[in-house]
Structure formats: structure tokens, C-alpha cells
Design a protein around this ligand. Structure first.
Ligand code: ADP
Length: 489
């Protein structure tokens, strides 16, 4: 099959979250299964032109705001297989810092124009390459216009046999803009309602994709069920219930060339389940690096996260309400935090750090440190309010770092709760997102660490033997593609 991934992020070129990892790893896994996969994304200012190859001749893209002339650059994903990546280059729309926005302007005012150019440009690129895909696979709201363009325009214009799949990586982000902006998309105004863009008096990109795409997927089986429920549906639960026959949950895999403690070059000491005794060397290195007491006998809890409400940050860090201060005061443990995001939370973590000798933080984005935290921690805290899939808890399991998670989405699908009677399980699970239940569950884990050492060792072994490869997930996507093609025929 020929598959075009339309996306605003793909590692190593542009990343704000798990979407970027998923798109690239899935593309590689599909290529290994013998499919012809290509990726299109914007050439943001940060992506160095020098390392890319410029295709001859500019490309003209018809958007609702005019005919836009763009450059197209080409590269390949690093790795064993060569997946072509095309970058749409447009100085005015993409030549600036930030993917969706900056700290000053969190959502660029011209995002409708920017991501219309990506989606309209995707079809134009296929024509330019003389390569018509069987599947247009769009990811999240920023590419969600592509299925609507296919269904209502391009299917009558050379893409008769192309089906669309939209993957929801996070339903919380929908791309909602003023209704007056609809003209930007280049679609006829009569489609504003019939293609599902209408959202009260606004335009909703994701909603149009949910209505127009031949198949919908999301990134874990539990999340696929949860989003059909008003509590998790972000107002889209009705549409998702209506579309439930064409909605599939497929767990993201992990790129085990990057996240693998036996070969990870970013950690001081490599180890496997059999040589797990060596893991402690990483803990000592982490303690040293963060300025904590260097002592193997104190349990260390790590957290790596966007500091966003979704991740349960209020329940951990909010002044007086959150549990971090009491946890660190009451329990003999250490807490290492890596994250960036909401400024109140960044500031609060700095305050906690200056008051607690056993809490150390790095505010910012640091890939090398994230590997060291995964390898060096005993536990990993991730009490998300909702979690479509979540990558960090899977990395933690593979690194023998037991996750403490909330029972939601992909966390519920990947972590098995500790059984005190038998020592089975791979982590510690809480149900209610409250500061008290986080405090209690962390307390439970710390208790087990000090008093049930045999159970902890057994759980680490079980965790490290989990399999989260992309091969199985890629096969499930192929089934979805086949069903989408059957549907349009
Ligand atoms: P989400 O996509 O909702 O942010 P995921 O767990 O699916 O959550 O993926 C987050 C990814 O981003 C992981 O690869 C994680 O290691 C990485 N990450 C998040 N914050 C940071 C940070 N401050 N420094 C380094 N890596 C980070």
C-alpha cells in the first residue's frame, strides 16, 4: 500500500509530545512490512534547510486565502529503512519559532492558514510526485482537514481510490477558531455544516475530521472506549459513539532502538533484566547529577512530563492543595522532576526545590536527562487526568522502573496493579485523581520498597519483560487501512 502520513510533528525533526514519536516509528514499522510510506510536514524555522534537499520547482497550493507558492524539501527518517519525508516551506507561515505557538502567543492566530497549507499541500505534493496514495493518514487536529478535503473535493479530482484514516493522539486539542476563518480552508461554505466544521459559532478542525474520515483510530483500546463517554469526550463523545463502528484503539509501540536499557548510549551503565543489579549505577549517577544525597538505599521517584493540567500537575504541585510537599516531608524518598509548561507550576516546583532537600528539578526539555531518569529511578509517577496512550510509563516498564499511574487510557492498558498477596503486577494504580490518593499510592509503593523487596524485584523482572514493539501495532493499522479501502469501494 502507498500511505501518506500528514502530520505537524515527526521525530527527529519537530516534536512537542508523543505524536512525533508515534508518527515516525509507525512509518518505519509499516515500511518494514513492505509498504511505501511517506511523510509530509511543515518546514519549521528550526529545521535546518542545509540538511535537506530542495526539490526542483516550487509548488503552487490553492488555499482559501489565495494561491500559495511553496518550496518542497526532502529528507529521510534516520534508521534502517528509508522513509521519505517532505517539508513544505513557506517563510511567512512557517518561518518562525514554535510549532503551534510560543509562550507569548500560545496558539498562533494564523494556525488555520498554516495547517490548511499543510493539508491542501499534501494533495498537491502527491500530484507533483505523481504518487497517489491508497491511504491518507492524518494525525490530530492540525492534519484533520485532510480527510474533509479528500471526501468533499479531491475524491472527484484524481484521488478516487484513496481512503482516509484520522488518528486521535489527544482529543483535548481540537483546533477551534472563529467561524469567519472557514473560508481559509478553500472548501465551499455549504460544507461548514455538512462536513462537520460547525462548533456553535466557531470552526472546529478536529470535528470535521471525526465526521469526514473513513476510519478513526486512537492510541489505546481503553481511550477508544473512554472518549465515547461525556467525561472524556471533550464534547465529541456523541459523534464518536455515532462513529464507533469505524473507531479502533491501537496501542502505540515504543522505539526500542532508542528506549532500550541494554544499548541506550545516554545512560552511564547499560543493563538487562538478567543484569538488573547494574541499574543502581544509574541511580547513583542521577542522584549525583541532581544534587541529591547519593545513597542506593533511598527510593527515588522520577517524573518527566509536560506541565499541563492533563498530567495531574495540580494534584501534585499546586500550592497547599498538591501532595508533593507532604510526600517529600513525610516519606524517606527522593523526587526528581523533569518538565516544562505552565508557568505557575514551574515556579511552584522551584519553590518546593528550595524548601525540600529530597526534591530536585530541571525545568526545561532535556532528552538525555529523560533517559537517565528512566534508568535511574525506582518508580515513575504519572497520575494523568486522561492519557490517550502515554509513552513514559512504557519506557519505565522497559527500564525496570515501576510506574505509579492512574487507571485511565493507555495507562490502564499497559500497567498491571501490584498484588500484595502474590507479588504479581508491574506497577501501582490509583483510581481517583486526588492529592490524597496520589499520596497514598506513592506511600504504598515506598512501603513495598522498604518491606517487600522480593516483590519489588519480581515486579521489575516482569516489567522489563513486557513487549511494546511497533510491529504488532503496525499490523493492526494495516487492517484498519484495508477496512477503510473496503469502505470506500
Ligand atoms: P504527551 O505526548 O501527552 O506529552 P507521552 O508520555 O505520550 O505524553 O509522551 C511524552 C514524550 O515527551 C516522551 O517521549 C517524554 O519522554 C517526552 N518529554 C516530555 N517532557 C519532557 C521534558 N521536559 N524533557 C524531555 N523529554 C520530555
Amino acid at each position: 500500500m502507498k500511505i501518506l502520513m500528514v502530520t505537524s510533528e515527526a521525530v527527529p525533526f519537530a516534536k512537542t509530545g508523543g505524536l512525533a514519536d508515534a508518527v515516525s516509528a509507525l512509518s518505519i514499522a509499516l515500511t518494514e512490512l513492505g509498504h511505501d510510506v511517506r511523510i509530509i510536514l511543515p518546514r519549521y524555522y528550526k529545521i535546518d534547510r542545509e540538511k535537506l534537499e530542495l526539490l526542483p520547482e516550487p509548488m503552487s497550493v490553492h488555499c482559501g486565502f489565495g494561491e500559495v507558492w511553496t518550496g518542497v524539501y526532502e529528507s529521510v527518517l534516520p534508521g534502517k529503512t528509508s522513509v521519505p519525508v517532505y517539508f513544505i516551506d513557506h517563510e511567512q507561515l512557517f518561518g518562525r519559532d514554535g510549532i503551534y505557538g510560543t509562550p507569548q502567543e500560545t496558539d498562533f492566530h494564523d494556525n488555520p492558514e498554516r495547517f490548511t497549507l499543510l493539508c491542501q499541500g499534501a494533495f498537491q505534493l502527491c500530484r507533483k510526485l505523481n504518487w497517489i496514495p491508497d491511504i491518507i493518514h492524518a494525525h490530530d487536529w492540525s492534519a484533520a482537514l485532510a480527510p474533509a478535503i479528500l471526501k468533499f473535493s479531491e475524491r472527484y479530482n484524481g484521488f478516487e481510490n484513496t481512503a482516509s484514516v484520522l488518528t486521535i493522539h489527544n482529543l483535548g486539542y481540537q483546533g477551534i477558531y472563529g467561524k469567519h476563518k472557514f473560508g481559509v480552508t478553500g472548501l465551499d461554505w455549504n460544507l461548514f455544516y455538512s462536513a462537520g466544521f460547525d462548533d456553535y459559532d466557531s470552526m472546529n478542525f478536529l470535528k470535521s475530521g471525526l465526521c469526514s474520515s473513513d476510519y478513526l483510530t486512537t492510541v489505546s483500546p481503553t481511550y477508544a472506549k473512554e472518549i465515547q463517554n461525556p467525561a472524556f469526550g471533550f464534547r465529541m463523545d456523541g459523534i464518536l459513539r455515532y462513529r464507533s463502528e469505524n473507531l479502533v484503539g491501537i496501542l502505540n509501540g515504543v522505539d526500542t532502538n532508542v528506549w532500550n536499557p541494554s544499548i541506550d548510549k545516554k545512560i552511564p551503565t547499560n543493563y538487562t533484566a538478567k543484569t538488573i543489579d547494574k541499574k543502581v549505577e544509574n541511580k547513583l549517577a542521577l542522584q549525583e547529577k541532581m544534587g541529591l544525597e547519593v545513597n542506593a538505599d533511598i527510593p527515588l521517584i522520577g517524573i518527566i512530563t509536560r506541565l499541563a493540567d492533563q498530567k495531574g500537575i495540580s494534584e501534585i504541585f499546586a500550592p497547599t492543595y498538591g501532595c508533593a510537599y507532604n510526600m517529600c516531608k513525610d516519606m524517606k524518598m527522593q523526587f526528581v522532576i523533569l518538565g516544562s509548561g505552565e508557568s505557575w507550576c514551574e515556579n511552584e516546583i522551584r519553590t518546593l526545590q528550595s524548601n525540600l532537600p529530597n526534591l530536585r528539578a530541571f525545568i526545561g526539555y532535556d532528552d538525555a536527562l529523560s533517559h537517565l531518569i528512566e534508568a535511574g529511578s525506582d518508580f515513575f509517577l504519572m497520575p494523568s487526568r486522561y492519557e490517550p496512550c502515554g509513552l513514559n510509563q512504557m519506557y519505565s516498564l522497559l527500564y525496570g522502573t515501576l510506574p505509579i499511574v492512574r487507571r485511565t487510557g493507555g495507562l490502564a492498558d499497559t500497567v498491571e496493579n501490584y498484588n500484595e498477596a502474590t507479588g504479581d503486577g508491574t506497577g501501582f494504580i490509583l483510581d481517583d485523581l486526588t492529592p490524597q490518593s496520589i499520596y497514598d499510592t506513592v506511600g504504598w509503593a515506598i512501603y513495598a520498597w522498604y518491606n517487600k523487596k522480593d516483590h519489588i524485584e519480581k515486579m521489575k523482572q516482569r516489567a522489563m519483560n513486557q513487549k511494546f514493539g511497533w510491529d504488532e501495532s503496525a499490523k493492526k493499522y494495516v487492517e484498519v487501512y484495508e477496512n477503510a479501502l473496503k469502505k470506500i469501494k
